[in-house]
Design a protein around this ligand. Sequence first.
Ligand SMILES: [Zn+2]
Length: 448
Amino acid sequence: MIIGIDDTDSRSGMCTTYLCAVLVDELEQGGYGTLSIPRLVRLNPCIPFKTRGNGAVSFAIRIAAGREREVKELVKARVQELAELHDEETNPGVVFIDEAAVHAISKGVSGEEKGAMQKLKNFYESAVRDVLSIEAAYSLSSELNIDCFGLKNKRGLIGALAAASFLVVQQADPSRYDFTYELMVYREQERWGTPRVIDEASVWHADEATYPSTWDTVDWANKKLVLAPHSPCPVLFGIRGCRVDALYHAYKLIRAEPAEREMLFITNQGTDVHLIAGVQGRLQDYHSYVLDGSVDSMPRTIEGGHVVFALSLSDWASDRIECIAYEPTKGFRDHIRKLRKGDEVTVYGSFKRGTINLEKIAVRQLNVEVRKNPRCEHCGKRMESAGRGQGYRCKRCKTYRADKEVVIVARELEEGLYEVPPVARRHIAKPLIRMCMDGEIDHLHPSR
Ligand SMILES: [Zn+2]
């Protein structure tokens, strides 16, 4: 059976990954069956209603004979008990895809069954890239005979079904989606809401010992730890990376308050799966894109320290959008400020009200030309315009030239890819260090 859960937390407490860890441990220790590594699935990061990281979870369990009903009851009971039901914004959802349904979806060869896999795949991808309705979750669940359980308005069913879909697809085809790992470490219950005790020096050391197999543990440029949340939730910290041994090695090196438990997750974090490339047609709010264009205004710093510039999109001659690097992106703004009109760039980020919120930028071609009034060949002074479209003249020497002079200027900015620093990175965004390791592109400027 595959179980997906979402929306049990609130800004003031709980964490859906913790509920998942409790359940996985309890089901395992109670001999209910054999469990998979759970999945932590980040959904569309710019969706208007979300709790903190917009993450949902799922896991597979091969249930011991005759205990299916007990497992479902236990999951429902824990969700009811641990979810932050008093919070208006918390609307839990759980889906159960039983063995027979998983088998039909995964191993099927008939057109209809292939269709089921495709539908789950589409549902997961839409949950990451689009805005889905609860009705879409209901309708797909009933079509595929998936058992649902929800509380309050049950909006969590969207994420629960998406997380379960991710796991179904990944089990059938492990190379289908890029993935990374996060080792989550949880606090003892009596410490929830109190300041976290983590020895900073040990974290810097752990990072040094395991980077780049782990990332976003610390932010070197901003001298901050980024592994621990600041909310009163049960998470002590999480270590993100691409190698399980490196995650546990880092964990061993970190000195901190005693942990209640830890849980390893396979996750779509750090993969850029939210980005839509090669889009045709209109850009939609709450979607994230990769867009080619040309810088169409000098970048300027606005109130609050945000840096903005206009971009004319290559694919639609008429479209011009704004791009913004918010103040919390810190040093990333320095690269943006060095852009000039005419620079060819590719921007990565989410779109809202005509503006792309920059996560990464590829500076593809710098505009190194400056057009200036020509110099007079006699006296060497800059000539004046003789009127619109009339060329240039030197009044004193009575000389004339038709065109501006093109001067090649040195640029402070280098071509290549730039990213926001770890302190400002979305869970789902792919760090450049991962691209370096994949050898995807040259000229990367990782933020450390
Ligand atoms: Zn002159």
